[in-house]
Design a protein around this ligand. Sequence first.
Ligand SMILES: C[S@@+](CC[C@H](N)C(=O)[O-])C[C@H]1O[C@@H](n2cnc3c(N)ncnc32)[C@H](O)[C@@H]1O
Length: 293
Amino acid sequence: MSNSSTRHTPGEPGNTLGELLRWASDLLADEDGSGRLDAEVLIGHVTGQPRHEPYIRPERTLPTSQGQRIEELVRRRAEGQPVAYLTGECEFWSLPLHVTPATLIPRPETELVVESALAHLPAGESLYIADLGTGSGAIALALASERPDWRVVATERCTAALEVARDNARRLDLANVAFHAGDWFEPLAGQRFDLIVSNPPYVRTGDPHLERGDLRFEPRTALASGVDGLDAIRRITASARQYLVPGGRLILEHGFDQGAPARDLLMALGYGDITTLRDLAGHERVAVCAWKR
Ligand SMILES: C[S@@+](CC[C@H](N)C(=O)[O-])C[C@H]1O[C@@H](n2cnc3c(N)ncnc32)[C@H](O)[C@@H]1O
């Protein structure tokens, strides 16, 4: 009698949950074991069941349409497409966000920007915050959800990304955030903020990482920023001085090796209280400073 581990034809996905999970895990197998997790996520996305369902009911037969959809997504994942683009979902700051290939997939290290903003500014006050290059809306939405008293305004040059951000705000029912299309500060002319945050593009043009992993599928304009990766950071830091109230804070994510150049830049521009925060991997990742004048 064949047991459940040999029932499906090798190379064929099968049509029970257990067979599909084995087939997908084999196809996506990699050194760090994330292939099995990807398989569980994609199956759960299509079936609408929790990730552990294939382990509890491996014998459950799926409708043909679901089996075909799982096969299609797993094959696209095997070609390298990011799981978040295949499911259209990504969690950031515990918020379920929609993402599309027009938006960066929010990264866990960007939560450091949110954490730092919440730590540096008082709760319970009506503060005005700007998020530049908002993408899916990740940082703006996290701050708006944590601080209902704050008003958050976010800008983004890519109108397709902006639509995703607006849709995320609607689905999360966050009314204290607004989105504007345009180049960095351009839609915010004449305004002053208590806090400006940004996770701008900061990868060097020509960096080989742009040709690897998820980055291959993400918008190049969300990632790359000039030969040293600092073009966007230079523009934002130079302009932010006119847009901060006296004592206002600027919090910026940067590359793992850009801590020192970012600090030098901020110092040269006259910012004070300059500090750098490290991410969970121990890399310098976020610059925090204040505009004292
Ligand atoms: C690294 S992504 C960050 C997205 C989002 N804030 C996040 O953390 O997931 C940078 C974003 O800046 C946007 N961007 C690039 N250049 C811009 C510009 N000149 N003005 C406004 N937004 C810009 C990109 O379209 C992209 O959405």
